[in-house]
Design a protein around this ligand. Structure first.
Ligand code: PLP
Length: 396
């Protein structure tokens, strides 16, 4: 396994040496130096918890917001630090007031947890969920734009658009979609769970109403680090999921949005505190700038997908410019007989248990199929995809 697994950077992660890890996309993987930095913050808390939360924490979190804002080009005062993209999506959907008959657009490739939130909010308010059908395989991004825009009516209030879709790994034409939708007065909630650290993001330029992105996926942060960006003109509409002191603190020269999101109760903020360190130190660790890391991962996943598709005699389901650092291949037009949507696919288990490859295989109902999704990260190498391709040829 050691001749196949990893590369010169793998030693910087705790990833199991016996496993070929091709699923950075689900939960990320955090380098050792980042976990050490997190530990440093945790110990700092315990040296004097009162001093930490009253004096150090506000400054540390401002520094984290500034570091993120610098990378994704926005005002750091428009950012809230939260735990994950699911809570970002929940924060927006559960703050907004939908009325009976309002329409919310969501593509059929949306992450199920976020889709559940839309369904929940719609059920409570009487809003209507408009599911936009996007095929997969797909020949060009214009189909995505056309299909989403065809769902727009005068009742459309919000559209939830992914930057990169979870089940199908599609890099969405999100900038074009935000332009088109927002120009019609429709608020776009950009689910950029696969966002910061994976694709270049310029939030000022994109101009979406709301953006949430995970730092614990492609930015290498410890788990529980994400952000929510709310455009200034909409901040008065949005409250955190947890109401705390911020609701009544005198405004001073700050805003209610800041007060409410800056304190949501005592919690472990160490993952969030590591962000400036990560943005500064990871490029030194792997000797690549953030742009180079993103390009490297994009090239590697394209190469990996090609290797697998050629071996299996399958055409890539979309063009190279429609993927970023994850790629999904449809291995069958239907699911595995008798296997429920919520159970692990037997191929996933076989790849893991028999061949030590950690890679997701799943059934997705719409567009229906059995899919395998590979990820590429700086600790992966070409020979890992070649090994997976050989095994897949054998198993399928
Ligand atoms: C598109 C998309 N949205 C939301 C999420 C949820 O992320 P988290 O579990 O960190 O909230 C994911 C996770 O994979 C995702 O892929």
């Amino acid at each position: 396994m050691n001749q196949i697994r990893g590369n010169k950077f793998s030693k910087h992660w705790f990833l199991d040496e016996e496993t070929i890890f091709l699923n950075h996309g689900s939960f990320g993987a955090t380098p050792k130096i980042v976990l050490e930095e997190q530990r440093r913050w945790q110990l700092l808390v315990e040296k004097d918890p009162v001093k930490f939360f009253e004096e150090r924490a506000p400054e540390a979190l401002i520094n984290s917001r500034k570091a993120i804002a610098n990378l994704v080009n926005c005002d750091y005062n428009d950012l809230a630090l939260i735990e994950n993209a699911t809570s970002g999506v929940n924060t927006i959907l559960r703050s907004l007031n939908f009325e009976k008959g309002d329409e919310i657009i969501v593509p059929n490739h949306a992450y199920q947890a976020c889709r559940n939130t839309i369904d929940y909010v719609a059920k409570k308010s009487g809003a209507v969920v408009i599911v936009c059908e996007i095929p997969f395989p797909i020949s060009e991004k214009q189909i995505i734009i056309d299909n989403i825009m065809q769902c727009v009516t005068e009742k459309t209030k919000l559209a939830m658009i992914d930057t990169v879709t979870s089940p199908t790994g599609l890099l969405m034409p999100f900038k074009e979609l935000v332009d088109l939708l927002e120009s019609k007065g429709i608020n776009v909630l950009l689910d950029a769970a696969h966002g910061i650290g994976m694709i270049p993001l310029d939030l000022e330029d994109i101009g979406a109403s709301f953006v949430t992105s995970n730092c614990h996926k492609w930015l290498f942060a410890p788990k529980g680090a994400a952000f929510l960006h709310v455009r200034k003109d909409l901040q008065h509409l949005i409250q955190p999921l947890v109401i705390s002191h911020g609701m009544t603190i005198p405004l001073g020269n700050s805003t209610r949005f800041r007060h409410e999101f800056d304190w949501t109760g005592t919690r472990d903020i160490s993952a969030l505190c590591t962000i400036p360190f990560i943005i500064e130190e990871i490029p030194k660790l792997v000797d690549m700038s953030w742009d180079e890391i993103m390009n490297h991962n994009n090239k590697l996943v394209i190469e990996g997908r090609k290797i697998i598709c050629e071996k299996l005699g399958i055409s890539p389901p979309c063009s190279d410019d429609m993927i970023s650092s994850i790629a999904t291949i449809k291995i069958s037009p239907e699911g595995t007989k008798g296997v429920d949507l919520h159970e692990p696919d037997p191929l996933h288990l076989e790849l893991l248990e028999k061949y030590n490859i950690q890679v997701p295989v799943w059934y997705w109902p719409n567009p229906e199929g059995r899919y395998i999704r590979i990820s590429a990260q700086v600790y992966n190498s070409k020979k890992e995809y070649e090994y997976l391709a050989d095994i897949l040829e054998k198993c399928l």
